[in-house]
Design a binder for this molecule. Structure first.
Ligand code: ASP
Length: 355
């Protein structure tokens, strides 16, 4: 089972300690990890070489920004040739955004990138930290080549990174992919599922391409796009067109994820709302409609209320999660795509994120 794995420790509950203001990231987790007595037996006496990269500052993931996604992707790209797999330790609050973003930035990767965290800190009684960590290392070392991709390992589940969402702040199975089959499960054994759905996630062999995408276009030659290039708007009864117009007045805004009702419906009798969507689109802002229900799929032609949004120029995000829609918009903007290219690419799978 030997091989080389790199752990990126970015922060999160997994390594937090209690302070007088509540849990906050602490720096000594990587030492604890390397000394875990379970490591030998977990790899039948032949553990991989594990290296660690600790972020400074360590973050509660509520403080993550798109710039951090770029940094993580770039760190993995820079260490890509020297390692067989990667484990990202991350807070759970925005973990699904990061796993989605990494799925796009690293879509050419043919190596496993596992994102994990914990509901309780490493040192707490009944913590899930050790289990999640060891399972993640095992998955990073054993994910079949045909499935090598960015995934989330948490509790008993192995999920595709850009299909995942946080579903519980209490349970050890904190993540799920309600719109997509699980990649595998963790019980006494680690089992991988075989599903034709996974065939849309192809590990591309172009490792140089990976470097090119990241090193050059994101961090070396170009600054990442500003954080406010993308926005998320959730509809609710009484949502005001003025709110949408105010959001669209941001000069950096290039894309909006619109969380609509059910099959992608919005208020079709509110002319001012539909006009606000139309003027956003005319202004070159890409409006992507996703569904609010956890297990929702957008089919805008099902209802007149959905057709009205389509007529106003919004595009269907079909079964994209909110996290995948937002991070894909950001990724495409980072790639220098214009509005037409973004509209075209949003509806075509780049890394198995959309059906
Ligand atoms: N607030 C923490 C974080 O996201 C929660 C966690 O890790 O579970 O960093």
């Amino acid at each position: 089972m030997a091989g080389r794995l790199l752990i990126l420790y970015t922060g999160g509950t997994i390594g937090m300690k209690q302070t007088d203001r509540g849990l906050a990231p602490a720096s000594d987790l990587t030492t604890d990890i390397l000394q875990m007595p379970e490591l030998g037996p977990a790899f039948h006496g032949d553990p991989p070489v594990i290296e660690t990269l600790s972020y400074d500052p360590l973050l509660d993931s509520s403080d993550m920004t798109p710039g951090h996604w770029c940094r993580m992707a770039d760190d993995i790209a820079r260490h890509y040739d020297d390692h067989d797999g990667f484990v990202v330790l991350h807070g759970t609050d925005t973990l699904a955004y990061t796993s989605s973003a990494l799925g796009f930035f690293l879509h050419r990767s043919g190596k496993p990138v596992v994102v994990t965290g914990a509901q309780l800190p490493f040192g707490s009684p009944r913590s899930d930290a050790r289990n999640n960590l060891i399972s993640s290392l095992q998955v990073a070392a054993s994910l079949p080549g045909s499935m090598a991709q960015v995934c989330v390992v948490f509790g008993s589940r192995i999920l595709q990174g850009n299909r995942s969402t946080k579903v519980s702040a209490q349970a050890y199975d904190a993540f799920d992919s309600p719109r997509f089959p699980h990649i595998g499960s963790i019980g006494i054994d680690i089992e991988y599922n075989s599903s034709p759905a996974f065939e849309s996630v192809r590990p591309a062999p172009a490792r140089e391409g990976l470097r090119e995408d990241l090193g050059k276009s994101i961090l070396e030659n170009n600054a990442p796009p500003p954080d406010d290039a993308v926005a998320l708007v959730r509809l609710f009864p009484g949502f005001s067109a003025a709110t949408l117009r105010a959001i669209c007045s941001g000069e950096n805004l290039r894309g909006i994820v619109l969380e609509a009702y059910g099959a992608g419906n919005g208020p079709s009798r509110d002319r001012s709302f539909l006009d606000a969507v139309r003027s956003a689109v005319d202004q070159g802002i890409v409006v992507v409609v996703v569904s609010q229900p956890l297990d929702g799929v957008v089919r805008m032609s099902s209802y007149a209320a959905g057709n009205a949004l389509a007529d106003a120029g919004a595009i269907s995000g079909r079964d994209l999660t909110t996290e995948a829609a937002l991070t894909k918009l950001y990724y495409l903007i980072a790639q220098g795509c214009d509005a037409r290219e973004i509209r075209e690419r949003m509806v075509v799978a780049l890394a198995g994120e959309i059906g």
